[in-house]
Design a protein around this ligand. Structure first.
Ligand code: 6R9
Length: 657
């Protein structure tokens, strides 16, 4: 509560709020003068939290620091500049091509954010309006996020690997009037024309009846294959170049103070239906979660650290542990545009040595890819600057954990295996480096204030002591999601109805005798591909867009690098023979790439004249998972409830065809 007390002390009666950069210590949060009273809870407790996670007791709610106001951009930037740290580097940007680099100080970043903020205001963007960002990992992306936060707009970052159709759906769903993008970007050896994808998406959204008023286009990548400015089509009256409109803006812009419970951003994530969910995060609680977990889980030492999280801002990890958490803590961080193995698997370690990286936070899929490339890429580097290694996105497993710890960290660096989700906003189960004894493969113990429980999946009974079950959380935490955009029924049905009284994570977990948590994986219809959530229903819907596909069933399959791969069973329209002639598999994969994006492309297509269904027509995915994983007839378990048990034999006969 330090910030709250400071805020109260710092504000004199009649002081104008939000109209100038503050000379006095700024508020992190400001308490409401009129707190509701309750016989059982103190005013402080009510200010901190009022929540209901029990669907039987009424609507689901979760409010933290009610009545307080704050601004994320202010706390990420102005606060540090005002404290005399303006010259500190905020971003050490490393481009896709080695040798491309930029450093951005806190002062520079504040000016840039203010200029973008002023442009947003000039477009009529108001607090609560949505702005969609579709950009690569350049400093302009976190700057645009912070500009939205500064003026109170709700940013919706769409990962720049999503297809035009996926982008259109997200723009349409959030009704964004403004889109910010980049003309083109290099990803490894490839050039991707993002503006062309945006144009296609906006045509789609137009047809659906949603017109975007303004598109701001930065021109980032240069070099062979990258379109020149003149070759990037711009729509008059809608599209403007960043270089024309941002530099002329004023370099100061007063922050718009936001209520603690006002939405900060929405981020779409996959669920168990075909439609992605717009997870909405709050302002005050999210800020506290991002700041506190970054500080403690990465042992932040802002004056000396060079922190590096390799996540893209298109995912929650890039929101909390690139844009918000590190900047709230005043840290210097690496912002990496490229892929860890480009131009070769030594790139990561060359960056670590060049910039003297102290914390490296990455995903098991990257760790496995680097391990597969051979130890020499790692051991030929120095890495003595590293203090802490972090992992996120999927279970790391003891084998990859040991390689990361022993080979990359030289046995010197604690590995923080951080379990959390888009919905939780910040780390939930994680070691604290140097303080928590580590067990390779376990995310260890809950973060302060987090109360995980294991539930029996069928009875919902709470499992005490060691055991295995579905992972749920009892009671709210500051950075909990507040809503699914425009869909209160789905919000309750997905997270709170399955086990009344608890937030249901969708993960399974085991707890050992020491109380350590071992995450097992998703228990719902979500596949974790390279740490990214892909809903099986989304891929199935994309496959059935192809005229030849009558039905599809998608299941996860173990993958040596991605963790899980996507395995699709496809039933063709009547009259086809199996396996069909021609290049139908390629066409089906292309259909998924175009509907969702390359990350969702199936690794395997398995022809299925019929699918194993119960008499009520429910696909028995358990059987499909076994077939995908290489199981034989003897491994299928009980097939007596199938409407046609013979289908299993047919499917086994078509494996690999
Ligand atoms: C932060 C993030 C969330 C899902 C989550 C779980 C898996 C994330 C993990 C982990 C085991 C870890 N997951 N971290 N599983 N150990 N340390 O990844 O968010 O994209 O929403 O994915 O990822 O299955 O439910 P998100």
């Amino acid at each position: 509560m330090r910030g709250r007390e400071r805020g109260r002390g710092a504000r004199r009666a009649g002081e104008k709020r939000g109209c100038e950069r503050h000379a006095a210590a700024p508020p992190l949060a400001r308490p409401s003068p009129t707190l509701p009273s309750s016989p059982s809870l103190s005013p402080l407790a009510l200010f901190l939290l009022s929540s209901n996670f029990d669907v039987r007791a009424g609507p689901i709610t979760s409010s933290w620091f009610t009545g307080a106001t704050t601004n994320l951009a202010f706390n990420c930037l102005d606060r540090h500049v005002d404290a005399g740290h303006g010259d500190r580097t905020a971003f050490l940007w490393e481009g896709n091509d080695e040798g491309e680099a930029r450093a951005v100080s806190y002062t520079d970043l504040l000016s840039l954010v203010c200029r973008i903020s002023n442009w947003l205001l000039s477009q009529g963007v108001k607090p609560g309006d949505d702005v969609t960002l579709y950009m690569p990992m350049v400093p302009e992306l976190p700057a645009a996020m912070l500009a939205c936060a500064r003026v109170g707009a709700v940013h919706s970052v769409v990962f720049a690997g999503f297809s035009a159709a996926a982008l259109a759906a997200r723009i349409h769903d959030s009704a964004s009037a403004v889109v910010i993008t980049t003309a083109a970007v290099k990803r490894g050896p490839k050039v991707i024309k993002l503006k062309a994808i945006v144009d296609e998406a906006l045509d789609n959204a137009d047809k659906e009846g949603h017109a975007v008023a303004s598109v701001l286009v930065s021109s980032h990548a240069s070099g062979p294959g990258v379109p020149a400015r003149a070759d990037t089509p711009m729509k008059a009256g809608r599209d403007v170049w960043w270089d024309d409109v941002i530099p002329p803006q004023a370099a100061t812009c007063p922050p718009v103070w936001r209520g603690s419970e006002d939405p900060l951003f929405k981020l779409y994530t996959s669920g168990s239906t075909g439609k992605p969910k717009g997870v909405v995060h709050s302002t005050g609680g999210y800020m506290v979660g991002a700041a506190a977990t970054t500080k403690f889980v990465f042992d932040a030492r802002p004056a000396t650290d060079v922190y590096w999280c390799t996540a893209d801002c298109g995912w929650i990890t890039g929101h909390t542990y690139v844009t918000y958490g590190p900047l709230l803590n005043g840290m210097t961080q690496v912002l990496f545009e490229g892929v860890p193995t480009h131009p070769d698997p030594g790139r990561v370690w060359r960056i670590v040595d060049k910039l003297k990286v102290t914390q490296l936070y990455t995903a098991p899929t990257a760790i496995r890819a680097l391990e597969a490339a051979g130890d020499a890429w790692v051991t030929s580097s120095d890495r003595s600057s590293l203090r802490i290694l972090g992992s996120v996105g999927e279970p790391i497993g003891p084998q990859a954990w040991h390689w990361y710890s022993d080979v990359c960290g030289g046995g010197r660096c604690p590995v923080v295996d951080t379990w959390w989700q888009t919905e939780t906003g910040a780390h939930m189960i994680t070691p604290l480096p140097g303080a928590t004894p580590l067990k390779p493969g376990s995310a260890s113990l809950p973060f302060f204030g987090v109360d995980p429980v294991l539930l029996d999946p069928t009875t919902g009974a709470v499992i005490e002591g060691p055991g295995e079950g579905v992972l749920a959380i009892r009671g709210s935490w500051p950075s909990a999601l507040r809503a699914l955009a425009g869909d209160p029924e789905r919000f309750e049905a997905t997270y709170f109805a399955p086990y009344p009284g608890f937030y249901f994570t969708g993960d399974g977990a085991r707890r050992d005798a020491d109380g350590y948590y071992w995450l097992i994986g998703r228990v719902d219809d979500v596949i974790n591909v390279s740490g990214h959530r892909i809903g099986t229903a989304e891929v199935e819907a994309a496959l059935t867009i192809h005229a030849a596909c009558a039905e599809a069933a998608v299941v996860p399959v173990d993958h040596p690098i991605k963790g899980q791969g996507i395995y699709a069973f496809v039933t063709l329209m009547e009259g086809q023979t199996y396996p069909p002639a021609g290049d139908l598999k390629k066409e089906l994969v292309a259909a998924v790439r175009s509907a969702i994006g390359p990350i969702a492309a199936p690794d395997a297509i398995h022809w299925a004249p019929g699918l194993p269904k119960t008499r009520s027509g429910k696909i028995m995915r358990r059987i499909l998972r076994k077939i995908a994983g290489g199981g034989g007839l003897a491994d299928m378990g009980d097939t007596s409830t199938l409407a046609d048990p013979g289908v299993v034999d047919v499917l086994l006969g078509l494996k690999g065809k």
